[in-house]
Design a protein around this ligand. Structure first.
Ligand SMILES: Nc1ncnc2c1ncn2[C@@H]1O[C@H](COP(=O)(O)OP(=O)(O)O)[C@@H](O)[C@H]1O
Ligand SMILES: O=C(O)[C@@H](CO)OP(=O)(O)O
Ligand SMILES: [Mg+2]
Length: 415
């Protein structure tokens, strides 16, 4: 019989494999009629796989295109398309250059033509053309501050949209009079289309006022001049876009349920919209684990509790980690000594925070194994250094970039 850790790792691996975007792109394009030129623009961490699938389906009907993904996320050349890599989560020079190229390709299209726009999370950092008066240094600095502030992605993107020419519907406006046919892989809770990759081809529901409120709420330092630039509104309606969501965290949770059932676990999807502080989620999951362990409720053992979402971290320390690693490490204390309990937390994109790990997996022996090395969980948590704690004891999960991006998957297994 496999260990409980092996089961958890198996379920997460198979679930992520099932939500790779190829099949979803192919079936979304089935039966769609395109009249004139098709220009492909793919952005985000899943851009390469989405573009390759579209190219396979439509072949030469795609006249040209640009793929912009994160460093190490391209799997090579795609015939007839230009493939670029750029900075994420903080944009860089290559972000601007590649976006410039995409804009050039969609200029001068007619109302008969279509931009096939393939969108996945990560697009905010990878696709950018700045408003007059905003510099790349401004954007890098503001992005860095926002990422550490504890602001959620919807809030972060309200600010990014109001500094940009392509976010918040701006790209669709640039493409006019051509139409935009957009396939979206969602990595935002509630599948908010104007937040995923900052919605370049979706009417923006956020306002300048709200962007400024985010700046105030989280104490983000910006140049005075930028306040006026933020006050220019994004498009609130667009008449040239059609959008389909082709994957989300709900789907990965459903697959995890199927896989866990196959292994004999009773299952429950507890939520697909987890959005609290990572370490609170970890402590809470540990409490549920103890409940099941002691009282066999709310599910009977063997059981798998499945969650999806995206927690936040107020990064105050100087250590290395990500929200999934921090969540896992903070859960370890609460399940100390329990046999056959495992808690796993993983980013489906394969990278958690600025690290080479996808997440972490802990069990009832994690605390003991750390103690044997003379290490104390709290010290690591206080320094936001979950990576190094989990690394020493082999509790990191490393997958490499997966080619998809549908938020985070959490598993609690008890048997
Ligand atoms: N040392 C750290 N410990 C925990 N979380 C961190 C640390 N450094 C950065 N983070 C978190 O990682 C987030 C970025 O993670 P990333 O996996 O790139 O996000 P996404 O998958 O949503 O693009 C930041 O918003 C920040 O909250
Ligand atoms: O691009 C973005 O705005 C977000 C959400 O879609 O993705 P990520 O958190 O992966 O950077
Ligand atoms: Mg995210």
């Amino acid at each position: 019989m496999n260990s409980i850790r092996e089961d958890a790792l198996y379920i997460s691996k198979e679930s992520i494999k099932a939500v790779l975007p190829e099949n979803a792109v192919i079936s979304a394009l089935e039966g769609v009629e395109f009249e004139g030129d098709i220009v492909l623009v793919a952005i985000g961490k899943a851009a390469w796989r989405m573009a390759a699938a579209a190219k396979e389906t439509l072949g030469d009907k795609i006249s040209r295109g640009v793929v912009i993904t994160k460093y190490q996320h391209s799997l090579g050349e795609i015939e007839g398309l230009e493939v670029y890599e750029a900075g994420h989560p903080v944009p860089d020079e290559n972000t601007l250059k590649a976006t410039e190229r995409a804009i050039k390709l969609v200029k001068d299209l007619t109302e008969k033509d279509t931009v096939l726009f393939l969108v996945s999370g990560g697009g905010s950092a990878l696709f950018e053309s700045l408003r007059e008066g905003v510099t790349l240094d401004d954007l890098m600095d503001i992005t860095q501050q926002l990422l550490k502030s504890g602001a959620n992605i919807v809030e972060i993107n309200m600010v990014r949209k109001h500094l940009s020419k392509v976010k918040g519907g701006g790209f669709a406006r640039l493409v006019q009079p051509a139409r935009v046919f957009s396939l979206v892989l969602s990595d935002v809770l509630g599948d908010r289309l104007d937040s995923i990759a900052s919605g370049p081809a979706y009417p923006d529901s956020s306002t300048s006022e709200e962007a400024l409120q985010v700046i105030e709420k989280y104490g983000i330092r910006i140049r005075e001049e930028l306040r006026n630039i933020l006050m220019v509104e994004t498009p609130k309606s667009l008449n040239n876009v059609e959008t389909k969501i082709i994957g989300s965290v709900s789907r990965v949770c459903e697959v995890a349920t199927e896989k866990a059932k196959e292994l004999g676990y009773n299952t429950m999807i507890l939520t697909t919209t987890l959005d609290c502080e990572a370490r609170e989620a970890g402590a809470f999951l540990a409490a549920i684990a103890r409940q099941i362990y002691e009282y066999n409720t709310p599910l009977k053992k063997p059981c798998a509790i499945i969650l999806g979402g995206e927690t936040v971290v107020h990064v105050k320390g100087t250590g290395k980690g990500g929200r999934n690693q921090e969540l896992a490490l903070s859960a370890a204390g609460g399940i100390k000594g329990l046999k056959d309990v495992a808690i796993l937390s993983i980013g489906t994109d394969g990278t958690d925070g600025p690290t080479d790990a996808a997440g972490g997996i802990v069990d009832g022996t994690t605390v003991k194994r750390l103690k044997e090395k003379g290490l104390d969980i709290d010290a690591f948590l206080n320094n936001n250094d979950a990576y190094h704690a989990l690394q020493v004891i082999g509790d990191l999960i490393k997958t490499g970039p997966t080619g998809t991006n549908v938020n985070d998957l959490l598993l609690l297994l008890v048997r």
